[in-house]
Design a protein around this ligand. Sequence first.
Ligand code: CU
Ligand code: CU
Length: 482
Amino acid sequence: MRSFSRLSLCLVILALSLAACAVTPPAPASQASQPTAGPSQPTALSTLSAVAQPEEEVPDVRYTLLTGGETGKLVFIGASGDINGVENPTLKADPGDVVEISVINGDGIAHDLAIDEFQVNTGQLLQRGQIGKVTLKVDAAGAYAYYCTVPGHRQAGMWGTLQVGEPVAAASGESVVRDPSDLPPPIGDREPTAIRVDLTAIEVVGQLADGTTYSYFTFDGAIPGPMIRVRVGDTLEVHMKNETSSAFAHSIDLHAVNGPGGGAVFTQTNPGEETSFSFTALNPGLYVYHCATPSVAHHISNGMYGLILVEPEGGLPPVDREFYVMQGEIYTLQPYGAQGQLDFSNAKLLGEAPEYFLFNGAAAALASDEHALRANVGETVRIFFGVGGPNFTSSFHIIGEIFDRAYSFASLTTAPVTDVQTVTVPPGGAWVVEFKLDVPGRYILVDHALSRLERGLVGFLYAEGEEHPEIFSGTPTDGSGH
Ligand code: CU
Ligand code: CU
């Protein structure tokens, strides 16, 4: 495998050399270079460019990448100078440089290379040895993703970073993750009563991913906001505060309300102020609440959503564990994976093109040891699952489990559907799902629109207890426990 790859690389270099020789002058400078064959030839290029091209088109830095490689992985492999042999190497340049990136098809599978911010693409490279090239002038410092646009290839790992200027230091912020076990206990069997609910809008620079922060909007500092748990017939007096330090007004619209705006018309709250209103919970169910201050989509995507459970008379059937999980999207100017403090992009919000998908506020938060869901074999688990969104319907699924009972669209007054693999949860909607854990191991919470897993949308549920080989047995082939 190794020697075969070397051979093909040699053939490719040979093909490159031939291609370079075949160019008849005066060729554009960008076609006459020999990216893989050692140092560039600035003198000759300058002469050529003086004839054919403006001075600024002469590359200051050149890189060559080879697609695929010895392992058969979907990656770019460095094939010049410092980056030789490095998988998905970071390509460095200074602001103002002209950068030339050559791509050689090294595996015979269709690939290309694109960088969105500069609107460059090599075009499809279909055959082994085929070469494409992009030339771009990089003015602004920053980290830009180069990647293969063939569907699935970026997600499989075919991307890297073009670093212009010094990398931004990894950023750290507060945790905005609501632990999925942080929810109120069941109401039990009691009469309707009056309840006061206090919520505070808090704008916070929070940890979005490793080394990456974002300016969130939250209810009470965490995402989702606190779960409100009442029973049908309760009268709620909702108080909405907005911190003095906030830059925006905020409000609350609860889908459990019968009345215009769901409360939003009474609760538009400026920084440093407090508003309130009352409502009686007439309909049992699990309802989304969210900020409803324009632009509402912006406030929701930034984290202002939560769930209110209105239990039916007599409550829900008892279970061993309950969890609280909500899905949302973050629209950043910088691409997924960029380090530092990221900026909100209204264009991406309006284009419904999020960079991040999240459970409980941060990338892969519920896959961390700190916030994973934990239960024991033999226990019955209930998940209150909602979508804040604001835009994407979730195909909520747990890899390795079947929902024994699922309350359709969180209707608690109809019998749950049984034996369901995946539920469709709309933005501003919720489901309640229940299942018994039969065997130990790690179960994976996903939206079965699985591209989103590559953008941070994943959680783990660990089940501890005795094996039950009569239900599940075998020898793991990949060590994933999946
Ligand atoms: Cu808001
Ligand atoms: Cu709504």
